[in-house]
Design a protein around this ligand. Structure first.
Ligand SMILES: CC(C)[C@H](C(=O)O)[C@@H](O)C(=O)O
Ligand code: SF4
Length: 467
């Protein structure tokens, strides 16, 4: 058999029917269900008189619309409340496990999947959410699907898909102090562009990736979609196995041993040929921050706001002018001089325990600059519990942060945590398009430690001065 990539191997194992021309009916092992993309899918199968074919292959959780101040249970509006109620009812009617927002397994869908051991190497996992690429950190094919595809998965447990081309991104050289995988992925997107990964399944490899924790690998794969790639993956290794061991839904006893043997063999063949291959030296990388309205608009923290007048192309010049107008920025301003109003630490990109630890380290014995609104939102109830057991909540609170319950929160303007018009944030989330965090809000994407440093300084700043 000719040498194959990791993606090709998992793909081949899941083909139910090969339609030729790189199209196939693909078996879907796992489906994560959230409140935004599922109502229509449930309605579709009910209208057609169909049943959920394998209820145990689905797990439902509400994350986008939930309030993160749970004691008051204040939903942003009736729609948010209705979405969450509806998910609960739909899950119950179709015998699907539902994780209530009051429970200790609740959280952002991309945080709880791996925590539960629902996300497993070698599988095909889908969710009606673009950041499903996150789960590829475990060496599975995981991608976001649309609402009508969710209906197909409910009814048929399979999906017609086009095989992606493959791209290997070799990250080499390790990470300097103060630089995280968030900086790597932002810098990578700045380099290859938000369209750089379109049509490709990315496999991340190289010495930097091998040294990354599972949490960091998830951050990396999570943002693959911001480079246009629906699939990001990392081959399973000892870290993957150690993370999954004893997770509630992970295989047990002999099944576990058999699974480990199979998972450890999942890797691209040495002589496998990728359609595209790039190598990125991470050893000299600096902390990154976005200045505009796509993640591609990213520069090292010591950079300056770019000048549209230097652009030759009329269209591009006009576009940059508009971006800077929206962002309220003047060309030539040092990024580290840009004052912020709000700091958000959380999301499926950076709401995991390692992220909270890194931010808390910077915040220890320091105070949030007066007038800054700062919120820390664990990605799941379990992350929150671990953080509290370690005393991280006290560090955040003592510094002047609010300490919230899990949810998508200020990553997306679908709940009560929003930016107001003109408000500027330092945010650990993944998207910065116009209005993403609230109408007229201005987002600067960065790592958790960079966001923590910005909270203390009151402006964007280089975290390396705070280590
Ligand atoms: C609302 C949801 C379907 C959406 C997505 O697909 O990713 C959201 O999670 C996001 O991050 O923009
Ligand atoms: S945290 Fe943000 S990116 Fe992640 S699923 Fe929620 S809204 Fe989407």
């Amino acid at each position: 058999m000719c040498p194959r990539t990791l993606y090709q191997k998992i793909w081949d194992q899941h083909v139910v029917t090969d339609y030729g021309n790189d199209e196939a009916l693909l078996y879907v092992d796992r489906h994560l269900v959230q409140e935004v993309s599922s109502p229509q899918a449930f309605a579709t199968i009910e209208k057609q008189g169909r049943k959920v074919r394998r209820p145990e292959a689905h797990v439902a959780v509400a994350d986008h619309a939930v309030p993160t101040k749970r004691d008051g249970r204040r939903f942003a509006d009736e729609l948010a409340q209705a979405q969450v109620d509806r998910l609960k009812q739909n899950a119950k009617r179709h015998d699907i496990t539902y994780l209530p927002m009051e429970g200790d397994r609740h959280g952002i869908v991309h945080v709880i999947g791996p925590e539960l051991g629902f996300t497993l190497p070698g599988s095909v996992l889908v969710c009606g959410d673009s950041h499903t690429s996150t789960h590829g950190a475990f060496g599975c094919i995981a991608f976001g699907i649309g609402a009508s595809e969710c209906a197909t998965v409910f009814a048929a447990q399979s999906l017609r898909q086009r095989r992606q081309k493959t791209m290997r991104v070799n990250l080499e050289g390790g990470l300097p102090a103060g630089v995280t995988v968030k900086d790597v992925i932002l810098a990578l997107i700045a380099k290859i562009g938000t369209g750089g990964g379109v049509g490709y399944a990315i496999e991340y490899a190289g010495s930097t990736v091998r040294d990354l924790s599972m949490e960091s690998r998830m951050t990396l794969c999570n943002m693959s979609i911001e480079a246009g790639s629906r699939v990001g993956m990392v081959a399973p290794d000892e870290k993957t196995i150690a993370y999954l061991k004893d997770r509630p839904l992970a295989p047990k006893a002999e099944l576990w041993d058999a699974a480990v043997t199979s998972w450890m063999s999942l890797r691209s063949d040495e002589d496998a040929v990728f359609d595209r291959e790039i190598t990125f030296d991470t050893s000299t990388l600096e902390p990154q921050v976005s200045w505009g309205t796509t993640p591609e608009h990213t520069l090292p923290v010591n950079g300056v706001v770019p000048d549209p007048e230097t652009l030759q192309d009329d269209g591009k010049r006009e576009k940059m002018r508009k971006t800077l107008e929206y962002m309220g920025l003047t060309p030539g301003t040092r990024l580290s001089d840009v004052a912020i109003d709000t700091v958000f630490i959380g999301s499926c990109t950076n709401g995991r325990i390692e992220d909270l630890r890194a931010a808390a380290k910077v915040l220890t014995d320091r105070k949030v600059s007066p007038g800054i609104r700062a919120i820390a939102v664990p990605g799941s109830a379990s992350v929150k519990a671990i953080a509290e057991a370690e005393g991280l909540d006290r560090v955040f609170l003592a510094a002047g942060f609010e300490w919230r319950d899990a949810g998508c929160s200020m990553c997306v303007g679908m709940n009560d945590d929003r930016l107001s018009k003109g408000e500027r944030s330092a945010s650990t989330s993944n998207r910065n398009f116009e209005g993403r965090q609230g109408i007229g809000g201005r987002t600067h994407l960065m790592s958790p430690q960079m966001a923590a440093a910005a909270a203390i300084a009151g402006h964007i700043t280089d975290v390396r001065d705070y280590l």
